[in-house]
Design a protein around this ligand. Structure first.
Ligand code: C5P
Length: 236
């Protein structure tokens, strides 16, 4: 593999989370980080502030959009929201697998080929103590696996899980399921509220397809430099 193709594949695996409060800040990051970054995640903070216009604006730069709305609603509402996301042109959308088989089925039935539906298993900020407090007695691994099986049986395109569960999920489901992994912390960055973390290289070695990285890049004093460091680490 030459260095050009290595660079392209490293870039293709990185999704930067635009967790900022305004459209202006988000588009500044998109301009500043392109073309090294070509995939951006728009989550609840930015979508609530800037609405569908920010999705269109990022897509207009020819970057891809991962719309991280983490749907958890009745099947009809989930399905109609998936239709709206298809119209917007986003490439990925998240639903919570804990919404259950019926909601998952309705969301999958409503999506078109251009949109991948990803199932969120257990948030990367959660610990077993978090599960106990909501009445779940499973270990994190067994709860993640249980939810993932419901998602895969329902036709989900990919799973969102912490890097620590990637090996288990890859072994269970093989290559056909995309594994999209937040909770990524390069060794030089702060962990913050994330609990089940790994470095970019460790997560890829474990079998992740995409790395979702927010604060280590967007809260870095020189975000472009952070991206370069991460891409170099991925390629090393
Ligand atoms: O700043 P940081 O790198 O922790 O950002 C991680 C991003 O991934 C956030 O936008 C968060 O909402 C999202 N996410 C997560 N854990 C999940 C699903 C999504 O951290 N299980």
């Amino acid at each position: 593999m030459n260095s050009q193709s290595r660079t392209v594949s490293a870039r293709d695996r990185l999704i930067v989370a635009l967790d900022v409060p305004t459209q202006t800040e988000a588009l500044n990051f998109v301009r500043d980080l392109s073309p090294e970054v070509s995939f951006f995640k728009i989550g609840l903070q930015l979508y609530t502030a800037a609405g569908p216009e920010i999705v269109r604006a990022v897509l207009a730069t020819s970057a891809k959009v991962f719309l991280d709305l983490k749907l958890h609603d009745i099947p009809n509402t989930a399905a109609r929201t998936v239709e709206s996301a298809v119209c917007l042109g986003a490439q990925m959308l998240t639903i919570h697998l804990s919404g259950g088989a019926e909601m998952i089925g309705a969301a999958i039935a409503a999506r078109k080929n251009s949109l991948s539906i990803l199932g969120v298993t257990v948030l990367t900020s959660a610990t077993e103590e978090t599960l106990r407090k909501i009445g779940v007695s499973d270990t994190i691994d067994s709860y993640v696996l249980r939810l993932a099986k419901v998602g895969v049986a329902g036709g989900i395109d990919g799973l969102v899980a912490s890097p620590r569960e990637v090996k288990m999920l890859r072994a269970q489901f093989g290559a056909k399921i995309k594994l999209v992994v937040p909770g990524i912390r390069p060794s030089w960055s702060e962990v913050g509220d994330q609990k089940r973390v790994m470095t970019p290289r460790e997560a890829l070695d474990a079998g992740a397809d995409y790395l979702v990285i927010g604060r280590p890049i967007i809260a870095h004093p020189r975000p472009r430099e952070a991206v370069t460091k991460i891409l170099n680490e991925i390629e090393s």
